[in-house]
Design a protein around this ligand. Structure first.
Ligand SMILES: [Zn+2]
Length: 511
């Protein structure tokens, strides 16, 4: 417990146990990894003030939660909700609340906003349904300073980028995110990224990375994990790997080697962690999954020019053919979003047949017409399970529009991997969705069901908790969360969103 929490708790301990809310008789799983025990949970204002016997406590409201699991609210370290949280229609973050998620972190993949402080202030001013935190994005910073150029930065440009990163973390960002797979983040060398990561480290931030390669596109999956570890070592910064996976048939089975690399780094004393979503398809775009990055230099207009340039096109299509093979072929790409709504729900293979062209030709047409989002079926179940068993891997949705993971990740892990496959225990699954994440991201007083901690608390039926979202219907809300409490306020009651905007803008805790 922090000193501040202890001071806030003091009046409560001295006076009679006057509670705002008492959850009676639930099975408490506190997020530490410990097994369930029967206990009452008392909440006063925004804090948990009692975990134990509440029979003598006086409470303004008592809820009987017998038969339900009571645990800390889930924390999602990777959720594409930046736009949602700034929009009136979606700032409730209901897709996440209904999964039991009470905190979402956004701005991952190098795409976080430069103005962290303004983002956090806007959330506070307009209200948000879950707590939320943000990363400053290296891709955004590089684009700001260097446009879509793939050139090496001058000393002055490096210094400008470092200043922006330092300011972003100083204003409250959790740290710096990178998307080294994507343009323009990919145009930065390891050395350039290390310089920027040092600026984030100096402000107490962490480094969150979508790896340069999760497959065999450039430096390979193992090369990319090694790069992340090198960044941890040389920038002296905790490194968190986003949505860890072995993407594509060429690297299936390599989870064991990835785990070994990370195990050795951790044994060396480096802080290296990862998150993961429990789906075999990733979410990407036609462009990001198939087009080589050299073709994106200069931005989208330059890419369209290259597609139309007969001197460039053969090389472009040849590399795209190879990338399509890496992804598992044209049947592995399912269109889930984009300007042309008639394509949604179709596989690239089927679109190509319809149009009597090759899959790559069909992809180029789609890109010329504004592009499209895809679910890319590229993971193997044994790799997913192998990563899930590691005690440094936490749950993270990577939630984005059109992919069921945005609405289903957390309950799906409980439904499939705890209840059906029995791969992990319920306390372990909860730990990997709560305190492991709070510790990794330096979120103060969250992630555990402990006296003095913030009252982010959920109560759910372990037998019926389930994801409902599918690739065909990706935005079906999850079920089974009976109560979701955010900072002491009931956001979900008897399985229904109450309309409360009880979330807060979170800043990283300085160490
Ligand atoms: Zn990503």
């Amino acid at each position: 417990m922090s000193l501040r929490a202890a001071i806030l708790l003091l009046p409560t301990l001295l006076s009679a146990q006057q509670l705002d809310l008492l959850l009676r008789g639930g099975q408490v799983i506190d997020g530490s990894g410990s097994a369930a025990r029967t206990a009452d949970v008392g909440i006063r204002n925004d804090r948990i003030v009692l975990v134990g016997d509440g029979s003598k406590a006086q409470a303004r409201r008592t809820i009987d939660v017998k038969g339900l699991i009571v645990s800390p609210g889930f924390i999602d370290p990777h959720a594409h909700v930046l736009e949602d949280l700034l929009s009136n229609a979606k700032k409730s973050n209901e897709a996440f609340l209904m999964q039991g998620v009470t905190t979402t972190i956004t701005g991952n993949d190098g795409a976080g906003p430069i103005q962290s402080g303004a983002t956090l202030a806007k959330w506070t001013q307009q209200g948000i349904g879950t707590n939320a935190a943000v990363y400053i994005g290296q891709g955004t910073v590089r684009r700001e300073v260097m446009g879509m150029s793939d050139a090496a930065p001058s000393a002055e440009q490096v210094s400008k980028m470092k200043t922006l990163v330092a300011r972003g973390v100083d204003e409250g960002a959790m740290g710096m995110s990178t998307g080294l797979y994507y343009a323009p983040g990919s145009y930065a060398t390891s050395a350039e990224v290390i310089e920027l990561a040092k600026a984030a480290a100096a402000e107490g931030g962490i480094y969150d990375s979508h790896l340069r390669d999760e497959d065999s596109y450039t430096i390979g999956l193992l090369g990319a994990v090694s790069e992340a570890i090198r960044i941890a070592r040389e920038a002296k910064i905790p490194v968190h790997i986003s949505h860890i996976k072995a993407l594509g048939p060429e690297v299936w089975g390599k989870s064991a080697q990835v785990i070994e690399l990370i195990r050795r780094a951790r044994a060396e004393g480096l802080e290296v962690t990862a998150d993961q979503y429990p789906y075999t398809a990733s979410g990407s775009s036609v462009t990001a999954s198939l087009v080589p990055r050299w073709a994106e230099v200069g931005g989208n207009a330059a890419l369209i020019d290259r597609i139309g340039n007969p001197a460039v096109r053969p090389k472009l299509t040849e590399e795209m053919e190879a990338n399509l093979k890496r992804r598992g072929g044209a049947d592995s790409l399912l269109i889930i979003s984009g300007r042309d709504k008639s394509l949604i729900g179709k596989r690239l293979a089927a679109i190509a047949i319809e149009r009597h062209v090759s899959p790559v030709e069909a992809a180029l047409e789609i890109i010329k017409n504004g592009g499209a989002g895809v679910a890319s079926f590229n993971m193997s179940e044994p790799d997913i399970e192998n990563f899930m068993r590691q005690d440094w891997v936490m749950t993270g949705s990577d939630g984005s529009e059109g992919h069921p993971r945005k609405y289903g990740t957390f309950p799906r892990k409980l439904r499939i991997y705890v209840n059906e496959k029995k791969l992990i225990s319920l306390p372990y699954a909860i730990h990997s969705s709560t305190s492991l994440t709070a510790q990794t991201l330096h979120l103060a007083d969250r992630g555990l069901l402990r006296e003095g901690y913030f009252a982010d608390v959920i109560a759910f039926d372990p037998a019926t908790v389930a994801d409902r979202a599918t690739y065909e219907q990706p935005d079906l809300l999850a079920t089974g969360m009976k109560f979701v409490i955010v900072n002491g306020q009931i956001a979900v009651e008897e399985g229904k969103y109450t309309g409360k905007l009880a979330g807060r803008a979170l800043r990283h805790a300085r160490k």
